[in-house]
Design a protein around this ligand. Structure first.
Ligand code: PMP
Ligand code: GLN
Length: 401
């Protein structure tokens, strides 16, 4: 669906590269692809959401909270039980000490945490936000809303690790925020330790804040996840964002959080209180239950998704696509150039029509200037049942014939 859009959002959309040549803006790529999948009955490997429920204890805790009458506004910064559970989680997995009173705010998903942080940190149109490209789609839109300039560091096939020298040329004294996403959507990359160290070094050298989106923190396939905030010298200038959506298969609950030094978290909350004020009262105690589940639950998550990513990867390769093996996240990137495609958008529409499988063209995650560099890449979500992935692979195989 196309809409003509009014006023300030038109400028924002233009700044984020979201405006079409005719002045219209469509829905997000995820909404568009999910609607196409639903209307055609295709298998949806586009939007990243699981097709199975998460842990029964977590679901039951939300039902109990509703029954107990926890249905009115919770405190703006989130209920104490959840803030304590987040603090315990950060200590248990990463050795980080978070004061539940001042160093954490619960948000309406990671999305609100990111938006509030960018709006809070940007002071002037000369401020710059550095992101790694391709990037999760809300980053460019929120940077544009904040009024800052978007600067990007490209991630390249096949391993999508940033080049530290390139990063050093982009970060400068106008850089207000370095926005990191690790494990990375849409590429499935997990940044090397040396890259994280370079990000911290540059943030110090140019007095920038690190805003790190770690929603896939429990979906790192190799070594355990390393939060940027645990690196020497990082904590004092790092805001860490996460969410219960991926970890507990509750993407529709939109319960996220942001942690960091009290002054930075207070600045974020100043904005957050006028965005949503608060959200999800019965979901907050339920996510607290989830965060306190035993270690085995969390390690099992990564193992399961790695197995699913392997099945998806094998299927994509059997269909003739080149595959970049993911090191984390829900996603696997494929290159349709190996099947003679020159445009992933066309390929995805063809795959939908001919094979009944939906993927997302990576051009939805890049600036207009870099579209050509990513023209043939497609993101597929592996967070689906094994039989669904198997059926998708079988259908895609028909494209190679
Ligand atoms: N950041 C990244 C990298 C994501 O992939 C997503 C959604 N999948 C989000 C943020 C949004 O998280 P939430 O649904 O908790 O707002
Ligand atoms: N984060 C999910 C993805 O990358 C989608 C979220 C959305 O629909 N905005 O697929």
């Amino acid at each position: 669906m196309q809409h003509q859009i009014p006023g300030a959002w038109r400028r924002t959309a233009a700044g984020a590269g979201l405006l079409r040549p005719d002045g219209s803006v469509g829905s997000t790529i995820f909404a568009e692809m999910s609607a196409l999948a639903a209307s055609t009955g295709a298998i949806n490997l586009g939007q990243g959401f699981p097709d199975e429920d998460g842990p029964a204890e977590v679901l039951e805790a939300a039902r109990e909270a509703i029954a107990r009458g926890e249905n009115q506004y919770p405190p703006g910064i989130g209920i104490l039980d959840l803030r304590e559970a987040i603090s315990e989680h950060q200590r248990r997995f990463y050795g980080l000490e978070i004061d539940p009173a001042t160093q954490v705010v619960v948000t309406a998903g990671a999305t609100e945490a990111l938006a509030a942080a960018l709006l809070a940190l940007i002071d002037s149109p000369d401020d710059e936000v550095v992101v790694f490209e391709p990037y999760y789609d809300s980053y460019a839109a929120c940077v544009a809303l904040s009024g800052a300039r978007l600067r990007t560091v490209p991630l390249r096939w096949p391993d999508f690790q940033p080049d530290p020298d390139e990063l050093a040329t982009v970060v400068n004294d106008r850089t207000r925020v370095i926005l990191v996403n690790n494990p990375h959507n849409p590429t499935g990359a997990v940044f090397d330790h040396a890259v994280l160290e370079e990000i911290v070094r540059l943030a110090h050298a140019h007095d920038a804040v690190i805003l790190t989106d770690e929603v896939y923190e429990h979906l790192s396939f190799g070594a355990p996840h390393t939060p940027v905030a645990t690196l020497p010298g990082a904590w004092e200038r790092t805001l860490t964002v996460s969410s219960g959506g991926k970890t507990f298969r509750t993407t529709g609950w939109k319960t996220g959080w942001i942690t960091g030094p009290a002054e930075l978290v207070a600045a974020v909350n100043t904005v957050k209180q006028y965005l949503t004020f608060t959200s999800g009262s019965p979901f907050q105690p339920a996510i607290a239950v989830g965060l306190r589940l035993p270690d085995a639950f969390f390690t099992g998550l990564a193992d399961e998704l790695r197995r699913k990513s392997d099945i998806l990867g094998d299927g994509l390769r059997a269909a003739g696509l080149a595959v970049s093996p993911p090191r984390g996240s829900y996603f696997t990137l494929a290159d349709a150039a190996s099947l003679g495609a020159t445009d992933a958008d066309d390929f995805c529409r063809g795959a939908l029509a001919e094979a009944g499988v939906v993927g997302v063209p990576i051009t939805a995650f890049v600036t207009p200037e870099r579209r050509a560099d990513y023209a043939t890449f497609i993101r597929f979500a592996a967070c689906k049942r094994v039989e669904v992935l198997g059926e998708a692979a079988a259908r895609l195989a028909s494209l190679a014939r």
